[in-house]
Design a protein around this ligand. Structure first.
Ligand SMILES: O=C[C@H](O)COP(=O)(O)O
Length: 222
């Protein structure tokens, strides 16, 4: 199971890498624009923080296959390392995924149906990224879509992995993990929510109280 951070915020990336078992970072144009920084400069800083081995997913802007390929090559040259180029599953995007196969790794993004994921996988995408919360928001079932994509990938034995994205609560995250998603990408709030439980905090406080009742402020290691 791969765990990625869906953010381009330097502080959030640094903190989550320090605290949690993070495999990489995913971005999209909206996430990047929020930081109000030079695109390449920001990505280079993220690469420096996470290192060359962790995954970095960066999305293209163009909507024509030839231009998508050019953007992918440019980002790859500038940023390098374990890089995945995110390409939306429009027809020209599928064409670009086919063109990049064997040269640059790709993540087919903005996936809303198993059919889109199937075509992207058949085209050679390394990852497909279904948007769970955006599906739930249009009264579809994000977890079911992820589950069906995982099933299709297994039926046809594609090498493609599912990176479930777009979460607004931990129940959605739990659901896609139970459905066998190979990877999840979550924002800073979600990663903290995943580990939070009021009973855990209460128990920790209780342990400390009981210890102090007998040992006072004595430490385990003096
Ligand atoms: O790149 C895709 C994002 O994970 C979408 O997430 P969002 O629906 O929270 O904007």
């Amino acid at each position: 199971m791969l765990l990625l951070m869906d953010t381009a915020n330097i502080k959030e990336i640094k903190q989550s890498i320090e605290m949690y078992p993070i495999d990489g970072v995913t971005t999209n144009p909206s996430i990047i624009a929020k930081e109000k920084r030079d695109f390449i400069e920001l990505l280079k800083e993220i690469r420096d923080i996470i290192g060359y081995d962790k995954m970095l997913h960066v999305q293209v802007i163009s909507q024509k296959a030839d231009e998508i390929v050019e953007e992918a090559k440019y980002i790859n040259k500038e940023i390098g390392g374990n890089l995945y180029i995110k390409i939306p599953v429009i027809p020209e995007g599928i064409k670009a995924i086919k063109m990049l196969k064997g040269e640059i790794k790709t993540t087919a993004t903005a996936v809303f149906t198993p059919q889109q994921a199937l075509i992207a996988a058949k085209s050679g995408a390394d990852f497909v990224a279904p948007y769970v919360n955006r599906l739930d928001n249009i009264s579809a079932n994000g977890i079911k879509v992820v589950s069906n994509i995982v099933k299709l990938i297994n039926i046809y034995n594609f090498n493609t992995k599912v990176i479930a994205a777009s979460f607004k609560n931990v129940e959605q995250i739990y659901g896609v993990c139970m459905a066998g998603a190979h990877a999840i990408t979550v924002n800073y709030d979600m990663i903290n929510q995943m580990i939070f439980h009021p009973m855990t905090d209460w128990s920790v406080l209780q342990f400390v109280k009981d210890w102090e009742n007998f040992y006072g402020n004595k430490k385990i290691r003096t």
